[in-house]
Design a protein around this ligand. Sequence first.
Ligand code: FES
Length: 222
Amino acid sequence: MPEELQKDPLTRRQFLWMGTLGTFTGVVLTVPSAVFVLDPAIKDVLLERSDVPAEWKEVGSVFEIPASEAVEHLVEFTQKQTYDAGEPAVNGTGAKVETMTNAVLLSWRDGKLPSVLSTRDEGPLPKTQIKELERDLNALSNHCAHLGCPVRWSSETQDILCPCHGGIYDINGDHTGGPPAHGLWHYVSRIREDGTILVKHEFYVQQKGQIGPGVKTKPYVV
Ligand code: FES
């Protein structure tokens, strides 16, 4: 047998080089696909090209959230999107204003209906009751904290589930299983005297078991 066929086909240097190449290829293949599954707002925040005004948007009423369920409401935000050089300027500013639709999952802390809802009188909610409701309200982003897939409430398992890689969250959005590194993002929210819930396109991550706003983070950049 010729001598060259008896040699180890892969030298140590070649082996290390192939490892480096494999890592590089993995990054190249993974990053675009990860960005692809995120919605346009997330992609733009990652690319730091967009701007969503911090305006309050209505997403339903405290009287519509049942015990032991998370209900989904859609909310529209305006977004100023800046295009690369060479693309046509819009409104003479080089930016285009678009509307994006997000989903918010609304639930009560631990699925328990706040007592003020059953004992309150008709009419505007007093400030003390609003504070109590705001403390117990979960207004969760439906973007999985792993790679952004849309999560859904399951009445059957009483969990919030991600269909992509099996992420699991409880009714408070706390992470209970699968790859996500933390719980779902909470929208910054408030409640009006008539019970209307308002959210801003601003988010925070809540420590498990914590009540009220937790560690504020930049949306999706974690
Ligand atoms: S996107 Fe991976 S678990 Fe949700």
